[in-house]
Design a protein around this ligand. Structure first.
Ligand SMILES: [Zn+2]
Length: 210
C-alpha cells in the first residue's frame, strides 16, 4: 500500500502520517527527515544536499529522488509507505511516477483562514522544543519543562500567507493530476485529530486492493 499524504503547512500532515504508518505498519517517509538524516550521516548524497542547504537553496529534485529510491529499498518499505512532503508539484509527481506506483493520494483539506489561526497560535518551547497551541495553554511557560515559550519567526501572518500561496500554486496542478489518475481522496481537515485520522483511514481503505 503506497500512500501520498498531501496537506498545507499546519494541516497536521506529519502527525497523521505517523498515526497511519503505526496502524498499517507502513514506513513513514518524510523527505525533510531523509535529507536531514543524510546530511547528519555524511553520506555522499547528504554532502551534496548540504551544499544547497547551506546556501539556503532548494535541494534539486534529482537528489531527493535518489535519496528516496535508496530509502524505498529498505526492508520496512515492503508492506508499503506513506510519503510525507513529496511530491510537492506536478513535475515531481511525473518524475516519481516513473519509479514507484502510488495507490492513493489523500489530501487533508482546510480553509486558509483556519490554517492561519492554527499557525499564528503556535508556540515553541525554547528549552525542550515541544510545540503547543495557545488555545491549549493555561500558563506562559512550557507545561512539560517550564521553559519559556516563543513564536517561531516563520509563524507570522505574512510569512504564513506567503507559504500558503506557494503551496496552492505548486500543488493545484498536481492535485488535478491525481484526480485524473483516479486516486485522489479529499478528507476534511478542520476537525479534531481523531476524526481526521478516521477520514484518512477510510480513504486509504477504498484503494486497498491487496
Ligand atoms: Zn519545554
Amino acid at each position: 500500500m503506497n500512500v501520498v499524504l498531501l496537506g498545507a503547512p499546519g494541516s497536521g500532515k506529519g502527525t497523521q502520517a505517523a498515526l497511519v504508518c503505526k496502524n498499517l505498519h507502513l514506513a513513514h517517509i518524510s523527505t525533510g527527515d531523509l535529507l536531514r538524516q543524510a546530511v547528519k550521516q555524511g553520506t555522499e548524497l547528504g554532502l551534496q544536499a548540504k551544499e544547497y542547504m547551506n546556501k539556503g537553496a532548494f535541494v534539486p529534485m534529482e537528489l531527493v529522488l535518489k535519496l528516496l529510491e535508496e530509502r524505498l529499498k529498505q526492508p520496512d518499505c515492503k508492506k508499503g509507505f506513506v510519503l510525507d512532503g513529496f511530491p510537492r508539484n506536478k513535475e515531481q509527481l511525473e518524475a516519481i511516477s516513473k519509479k514507484i506506483k502510488t495507490d492513493v493520494a489523500v489530501l487533508i483539506q482546510i480553509e486558509d483562514s483556519a490554517l492561519e489561526a492554527r499557525l499564528t497560535g503556535r508556540r515553541v518551547c525554547t528549552s525542550c522544543g515541544e510545540t503547543y497551541h495557545i488555545s491549549h495553554l493555561v500558563t506562559e511557560r512550557c507545561p512539560k519543562c517550564g521553559g519559556a515559550l516563543m513564536i517561531r519567526s516563520d509563524d507570522n501572518v505574512q510569512t504564513i500567507r506567503n507559504r500558503l500561496q506557494v503551496f496552492h500554486k505548486e500543488t493545484q496542478p498536481m492535485i488535478e493530476e491525481y484526480k485524473t489518475m483516479g486516486i485522489l481522496e479529499v478528507v476534511e481537515g478542520d476537525a479534531d485529530m481523531l476524526t481526521v485520522y478516521q477520514g484518512i483511514m477510510e480513504a486509504i481503505k477504498k484503494h486497498d486492493n491487496h
